[in-house]
Design a protein around this ligand. Structure first.
Ligand SMILES: [Zn+2]
Length: 301
């Protein structure tokens, strides 16, 4: 069945599995003018990434929200991230309003190494942000920048998780690399890091990092899809190795900026679940719903 899974089938698939819906920790919503620039970037993907990247859900905002609802995504984290200083506060304010007005969206935050980071991030956390996001390559900053020390510290203190895109894929940055981010985790051992894209392409390092840092998890975003397998294939023994960290894998999709249908990611995770007896449907239920719901602090159902 999962071989044939299409977007239209996902809701029924979830019902059959006995989960109340997908909790997706890695979705993007942005102010219209920023989103247009991001889509423009993907239009030039051949130049930036050396491969085409046709955005599958290039739709008006309300239609994108409706697609998620129809898929059975009951809760999602709309993530924003800046590419320069002076932008994170504004983006966070925008996404806070978006989340308040949008069913299923949890409030999120972003930040950047800049003098007022603790001020705006602290206020947002105080106001109930459920999760934050940073993108080391797009931001072009060093996650070890001393200006960020109070930000990592206050997130660790508040127990607010942070999605960190710090791997070398799909494009290297001056400060990407799980080894670099591991230094942040050593300095802030209680930080609840969500290693975006399971560290793609350094999947081994990501699993190693989970072992060393029990508060951290990996997200599934784009991992194992035919699109990323073409340039960042998973280790052959990926599924068996997940058995040791089964409750620390959370569902993420990168909707809407993916070059394939959303159902692909669900199918891929179902494939991992089926590939090892220690995983199976309990693992699939955990990844799609229970583990991300726990991460976001959602009430038990
Ligand atoms: Zn993303």
């Amino acid at each position: 069945m999962t071989d044939l899974l299409r977007d239209d089938d996902v809701a029924a698939f979830l019902a059959g599995l006995g989960v109340p819906g997908i909790v997706d920790v890695h979705v993007h919503f942005l102010p219209e003018n920023v989103l247009r620039k991001v889509w423009g970037y993907f239009d030039q993907a051949q130049e930036h990434y050396g491969m085409p990247w046709p955005v599958h859900y290039r739709l008006p905002e309300a239609d994108r929200v409706a697609v998620l609802e129809k898929l059975g995504v009951t809760t999602f984290a709309p993530l924003v991230y800046p590419h320069r200083p002076g932008m994170a506060r504004w983006l966070t304010e925008w996404v806070t309003e978006f989340a308040a007005a949008t069913l299923g969206a949890v409030p999120t935050a972003t930040f950047f190494p800049e003098p007022d980071v603790a001020d705006y991030l602290g206020a947002t956390v105080e106001d109930g942000a459920r999760i934050a996001k940073v993108h080391v390559q797009v931001g072009g900053f060093d996650p070890r920048d001393p200006l960020l020390t109070p930000a990592w510290g206050l997130l660790a203190e508040a127990g607010v998780p942070v999605v960190v895109h710090c791997g070398h894929g799909p494009r290297r940055g001056a400060h990407t690399g799980l080894d670099v981010f591991a230094e942040v985790l050593r300095a802030h051992p209680r930080l609840r890091a969500v290693i975006a894209h399971a560290g793609l392409p350094d999947f081994d390092s990501a699993l190693g990092l989970l072992v060393a840092h029990p508060s951290s998890v990996i997200d599934t975003t784009m991992v194992g899809t035919p699109f990323t397998e073409a340039f960042a294939p998973l280790p052959r023994d990926w599924a068996p190795r997940l058995a040791d960290v089964a409750d620390r894998v959370v569902f993420g999709s990168d909707f809407p900026n993916i070059p394939y249908a959303y159902a692909e990611q669900v199918r891929v995770v179902a494939g991992w679940a089926a590939a090892d007896d220690r995983l199976g449907e309990p693992f699939l239920r955990s990844v799609l719903h229970d583990a991300p719901a726990r991460l976001l602090g959602l009430p038990a159902w």
